[in-house]
Design a protein around this ligand. Structure first.
Ligand SMILES: O=C(O)CCC(=O)C(=O)O
Ligand SMILES: [Fe+2]
Length: 283
């Protein structure tokens, strides 16, 4: 295998590695090295069964099931179906795929460490995934801002996001009482440290972060807006154009991402399998 950097500060393509077979310890060591150096890894030209994707994903940690059971794979609930296709009135997967900037599962006490996506059906044009490097974004902040953020915590709220999506597009349903109980609002540090590398990253996202704890609302909103505008500058972002058979795996602790599925023309077919790897409480 060999690794090709794609973005200015992050993102890489890992060539010549077949994820369908059992990988050797040395191969996993090389993947881990690339993981910490590039934060988002793309593995082209894969041909995987569900268990093969799950086995590969498990290298990064235990798999967990998404709170939206409606979109679990019928046989393998650890796989979440993302799909623009509706058959007999039934969506084959989550249709919007997360078309807003977010870090997966940041709304739980233990946010997801990593996620993988496997492209089964890819439209000829569009349906790209955008990524943002939150290490580079943190690094580029003025020292004054870094000092201001030191020790701050932010609230992450899934109910809020779901409500926006229900109201906005009617593409999501209200959460059930059980789904709400599973996702109470939670606080995380605004700046987190990746334990393995010591790298610091901003850990807030427009999708789920609703306020800075202990700050008056106008000040909190202004600070979040300023930070999001800073992060989403082109120099910290990368647009990933999919090919069928790509597996993309990313570190949710140090990146954000955004699907662009809502921009696709009606009738476009895009289907992905997705796994979520459990993480630890952010520090
Ligand atoms: O489908 C995409 O482009 C991204 C989907 C997403 O946000 C996710 O799987 O976590
Ligand atoms: Fe996501």
């Amino acid at each position: 295998m060999w690794v090709e950097r794609l973005g200015r500060t992050f993102m890489a393509r890992v060539h010549d590695l077949d994820l369908s077979r059992p990988l050797a310890a040395a191969e996993f060591a090389a993947i881990d090295e690339a993981w910490f150096a590039h934060r988002v890894l793309c593995f082209p030209q894969q041909q995987l069964t569900e268990p093969q994707l799950m086995t590969f994903s498990s290298h990064f940690g235990p798999l967990e099931k998404h709170v939206l059971q409606d979109y679990h794979h019928a046989i393998y609930p650890e796989i979440l179906m993302l799909s623009t296709i509706v058959e007999d009135g039934k969506p084959l997967g989550l249709a919007d795929a997360g078309s807003y900037w977010h870090s997966d599962v940041s709304y739980k006490a233990k946010p997801s460490r990593a996620s993988t996506l496997y492209g089964l059906e890819i439209p000829d044009d569009g349906g790209d995934t955008l990524f943002c490097d939150m290490v580079a974004a943190f690094d580029a902040l003025l020292e004054q801002m870094k000092a201001r953020l030191d020790g701050l915590q932010a609230a992450h709220n899934y109910h809020h996001r779901n409500r926006v999506l229900v109201d906005q597009k009617g593409i999501r349903r209200d959460l059930s009482a059980a789904q709400k109980a599973e996702t109470p609002e939670i606080l995380h540090p605004v700046v987190r440290t990746q334990p393995e590398t010591g790298l610091k990253a901003l850990f807030i996202n427009p999708g789920f972060t609703v306020r800075i704890e202990g700050m008056a609302e106008p000040e909190s909103t202004a600070l979040l807006e300023e930070l999001f505008a800073h992060c989403l500058q082109d120099r910290f972002c990368f647009r990933y154009k999919w090919k069928k058979g790509d597996v993309v795996a990313w570190d949710n602790a140090v990146t954000m991402h955004c699907a662009t599925v809502l921009d696709l023309p009606a009738g476009s077919r895009r289907t992905m399998w997705r796994t979520i790897i459990s993480g630890d409480v952010p520090i």
